[in-house]
Design a protein around this ligand. Structure first.
Ligand code: SF4
Length: 273
């Protein structure tokens, strides 16, 4: 794992993601190294894509840049960790995400955090109801599968614990269930176990299917082969089958409805239904 740092010139970027006004990412690169991650495709750089999960570059001055930017920014919701995990291990030492959250809260902006790490519990003292929300990504409650799909990310149980702690404090929480990968984690039982966690913590579920951007299949294929799944079929179902998407979304919706859990797709699909 290569750790390094650099300075940045901007902290906040306008966001086109649903519910967000801005995005903020204190790190470039992500140590969690999830096989399905499509963040590298944003940078359109082969080295970055091939080495994703092996480097983490901290934007060491991001909190100072943010402080200066807030003088001229309108208030709004700031998505923290839209491209890389804000609580990856590098953060334990540097505390950049924490500093940014403190500045945003002081400036009256609303941090909306998304992570796979229970390191977020370190910053519980900053969390007060109505001032920020926390989303935890859970692709599966099966610890073995999670370890294979998300090699360096904390276990699903550790993530669930973080969700429970924030929820008990009255913080708005949500579960990001995604990507749903055909035959791996899109079955009824898998979805039910995640929905039960959402129910327990009063969280909404936001879900998404697998998005096969460049290099994603290259990284996933060895595991798919090992598990006896057919990468080409998975690619076809995820990318081309409207029927698969409909069935998946219906399955999630009806499981959540049965349990009384709110659920919505991460991205409204023109043919949602
Ligand atoms: S935690 Fe998120 S950003 Fe990091 S590798 Fe996994 S999917 Fe990508």
């Amino acid at each position: 794992m290569r750790y390094s740092h650099r300075t940045c010139r901007r902290a906040l970027f306008k966001s086109g993601l649903p519910g967000l006004d801005y995005s903020l990412n204190p790190y470039f690169g992500c140590e969690h190294g999830c096989l399905y991650c499509y963040s590298p495709s944003i940078f359109r750089d082969e080295w970055v894509a091939r080495n994703w999960g092996r480097f983490s570059i901290a934007k060491l001055n991001i909190h100072q840049v943010l402080e200066a930017e807030l003088r001229s920014r309108k208030r709004g919701v700031v998505g923290i960790g839209t491209v890389t995990d804000p609580y990856q291990p590098h953060e334990a030492k540097l505390g950049l995400t924490r500093k940014c959250i403190e500045i945003l809260l002081r400036g009256g902006l609303h941090p909306s955090i998304q992570t796979k790490s229970d390191l977020v519990m370190r910053d519980m003292d900053l969390a007060h109801p109505g001032l920020l929300d926390l989303g935890v990504t859970i692709t599966t409650m099966d610890g073995w599968l999670a370890k294979r799909l998300e090699p360096k990310a904390p276990s699903p149980d550790a993530r669930a614990k973080a969700l429970e702690e924030f929820s008990m404090k009255g913080i708005e929480t949500w579960v990001f269930f995604g990507p749903a990968i055909p035959t791996l984690n899109d079955g009824e039982e898998e979805i039910k176990s995640i929905a039960k966690l959402a129910k327990l913590t009063g969280s909404e579920i936001i879900y998404d299917k697998l998005n096969i951007k460049p290099f994603v299949m290259e990284r996933l294929a060895p595991l798919l082969h090992e598990l006896g799944a057919n990468p080409e079929r998975i690619r076809m179902l995820s990318e081309e089958s409207e029927q698969y998407r409909r069935d998946l979304y219906k399955r999630i919706y009806s499981i959540c409805r049965e349990l009384g859990v709110k659920a919505k797709p991460a991205f409204e699909h023109p043919m949602s239904g």
